[in-house]
Design a protein. Sequence first.
Length: 268
Amino acid sequence: MEYTTGGTSWGKALRRAVVALLPRRSGNRRSGWSAAVPLIALAAGLLFTTSATTANGTSLREDRRPELAQLMKDRRDQVLASEKQAAALRAEVEKETESLAGSDAPVAAQRDRAAAARQAAGFTALAGPGLVVELNDAPNLGDGSQADASNDDLVVHQGDVQAVVNALWAGGAEGMSIMNVRVLATSAVRCVGNTLLLHGRVYSPPFKITAIGDPAALQRALAASEGVRLFRDAVEHFQLGYQETVESSVTVPAFEGSTGLRNAQVPG
């Protein structure tokens, strides 16, 4: 039973009920049971009052997931707004830099140097032959059809995505994107539950990883990766999703998010 409201009238009614249960005064000594009845009623009243106060007008079993979903949506909206503001500021800086470059030779030289490194850094879109890898949770997640498997066995984990990404880099990938978001040297792949967190945005499976490079070399690197091999073993045993698709032409977009570094260190 759930108690969703409380009030002084309810407390008064409870006290009257307790008083009604009290035995009348008489010359006879009260029995043990009659003496225990008021204590039981009082304990029950305290329990009901605590439940009503805790509920505070709502169901104690109310599902809080809609509140969490709204919080995640609000955070995503904040990230998008911040990215738009950052893009506008970068455009303003570029405009001011262009005006200075026309009259300042050192500024112009540094600008040319930065422009030459933009492609390697991931700030220009790339197109060419490559490979698309898709990872997905098992289709029977949560239905209990696999008695020998836990939920952890049936979902894609952070280490699985990282294993594919690292193998593709090792295979000579020239550029890469995850869920159509450009991957940089500073990109961090993290999973929260069975969702992927990348550059402040949350993505649900299936996770699509696109790499530009020699498809044959990329596939060899995936086959040689122990982490990828372990995931493919799980694919066979738990029916997770794994697919490699060779593409004659794929595109990875330019990175459009923030490029600020929290810390850096000069290599020795």
